[in-house]
Write a protein that binds this ligand. Structure first.
Ligand code: AMP
Length: 492
């Protein structure tokens, strides 16, 4: 059984002067005191164990304190992307029925208009300032619900993922060991805090190891480059790495203090991996996870970090690749990725039937991702099952075509989708963004791909875009691309 998040917080708070924020603005002892005051404030507002607290604010340090305060009081933490409109947020309000919504001041009236109790984060913090720092934590069990995170909902309604304390703690313990967090590390935190990556992976790794962090409210290449000499580990989404590569300030010297660069939440292209290694001398460690499962696999800390793969299952986590009948497939064959372990969520909030559909016997969770293991045990992700293209009866894995496109000189980024086609059912369509100054003809791209890919995988069209639509975590919004180009082959 893993140590609880709050136990870890209290252990480190007992060490005088131990820093939570590396700039000295907060020690673990001060963090514990702040969480005590916040937990008392939540109790004074009438929130009880199991109640939901919806938090929708711009990234700031207090989000982490409130997360820990909720864990101390047993209130279920429910962070929401601040980019969502009030209309979008209404779904979370009616679905999760939070006892309190903590929002930006400009939103209080509108959110309260949805029938919920709402207050500004600043007002909650002011109220907490007048409370005692001593809080009597109620008893907690490992399977108590810690948080609900809503899926990004690119298809259909977004679902509330119920995560237990054990889900979070077991994953933090596995990652701290695997990635060799020392207690003397300093993590650069430039990720959003409403998502599993920035909220759980980054924050809990720091907490479980007793490390400190440099907390940045937003990502920018300039602020990250300025902070690199003060940190030892950086976690990022692939767009962090591509945007840093576009900055002339990125160099071997700029990364001289870094122990480890980690990437996840979306595929890191092998080209980016190689370019990063050449520019900085560091092999980015890529890992794979999702909101429902926390982290699932990781490339090794020691040993080969293989570009285009997401490595091996974490300690204590089991992964299998299955065929349509649910039977495990042999090594090398592509199929559905399924996961089992203490990291796997308890279910979708208020959706027991949807939950049951996504699990097989033995609590194997069907991730919805497709992948294959190689003979050395490395897993490769071939894309979301719903993004697979079936053209003329053949399956095409977008990731394979994207890798071939990304290898072409002049292609900066690519996204491959299936578009309705009168003959083929679906046609493979490539959307590409060109490198600055590059000129590529559609016919030339198709000809170059023919040297690498079977004919049925060659895109019927190659569209050059200024930008590929991505969400806040850098994930390509394929549903949006499919919608935009749905009519590409209509009428002929
Ligand atoms: P989310 O729940 O928002 O974290 O999204 C999880 C999904 O992101 C996974 O199911 C994968 O499709 C994708 N994902 C996460 N990490 C990686 C990775 N390293 N490579 C490819 N896809 C990834």
């Amino acid at each position: 059984m893993s140590a609880d998040v709050v136990t870890k917080l209290k252990d480190h708070a007992a060490v005088p002067g131990k820093l939570w924020f590396a700039d000295g603005s907060m020690t673990y002892a001060q963090l514990l005191a702040e969480t005590g005051r916040l937990a008392n404030a939540l109790a004074a507002l009438g929130l009880q164990k199991g109640d939901r607290l919806l938090l929708q604010v711009e990234k700031c340090e207090a989000v982490l304190s409130l997360y820990f305060a909720c864990l101390r009081s047993g209130v279920v933490f429910l962070p929401v992307n601040p980019a969502y409109t009030v209309a979008e947020t209404a779904h979370f309000m009616t679905d999760a029925e939070p006892a309190l919504a903590v929002v930006e001041p400009a939103r209080v009236a509108e959110i309260a208009g949805l029938g919920a109790r709402a207050m500004a984060l600043g007002d909650l913090l002011a109220m907490a300032a007048g409370q005692s720092a001593d809080f009597a934590d109620p008893p907690h069990g490992p399977h108590d619900m810690a948080a609900i995170l809503y899926t990004s909902g690119t298809t259909g309604r977004s679902k509330g993922v119920m995560l237990s304390r054990e889900n979070l703690a077991s994953n933090a313990e596995a990652l701290v060991g695997l990635w060799r967090f020392t207690g003397a590390d300093v993590l650069l935190h430039a990720l959003p805090v409403f998502h599993t990556h920035g909220l759980f992976v980054a924050t809990n790794c720091v907490l479980f190891s007793g490390d400190s962090m440099v907390f940045q409210r937003a990502f920018s290449p300039a602020t990250v480059l300025a902070a690199l000499p003060k940190v030892s580990v950086m976690m990022g989404v692939p767009t962090f790495y591509t945007r840093l590569l576009a900055d002339p300030g990125l160099s071997r010297a700029a990364c001289g203090h870094i122990r480890l660069f980690i990437s996840g939440s979306a595929p890191l292209s092998p080209a980016t991996h190689v370019e990063w290694r050449e520019r900085t001398g560091h092999a980015i460690l890529e890992r794979y996870g999702m909101t429902e499962t926390n982290m699932i696999t990781s490339n090794p800390y020691e040993g080969d970090r293989r570009a285009g793969t997401v490595g091996m299952p974490l300690p204590g986590v089991k992964v299998r690749v299955t065929g349509p009948d649910g039977a495990a497939l042999p090594i090398g064959e592509a199929g559905a990725i399924e996961v089992q372990g203490p990291n796997v969520f308890h279910g979708y909030w208020k959706l027991p039937e949807k939950t049951a559909e996504e699990f097989r016997a033995g609590r194997w969770f069907i991730t919805g991702d497709l992948g294959a293991f190689d003979s050395l045990g490395y897993l490769s992700i071939l894309g979301r099952a719903k993004d697979m293209v079936i053209t003329g009866g053949f399956n095409v894995y977008p990731a394979e075509v994207e890798a071939a496109l990304d290898d072409l000189a002049g292609v900066a980024a690519s996204a491959v989708i299936g578009v309705p086609h009168p003959d083929f059912g679906e046609a493979v369509v490539a959307c590409v963004v060109l490198a600055r100054g590059a000129v590529l003809e559609e016919a030339g791209v198709r000809a170059a791909l023919r040297e690498r890919l079977a004919a049925f995988k060659i895109p019927k069209r190659v569209l050059v875009l200024d930008e590929i639509p991505r969400n806040a975590m850098g994930k390509v919004q394929k549903a949006e691309l499919r919608r935009l180009y749905a009519g590409l082959f209509a009428g002929g």
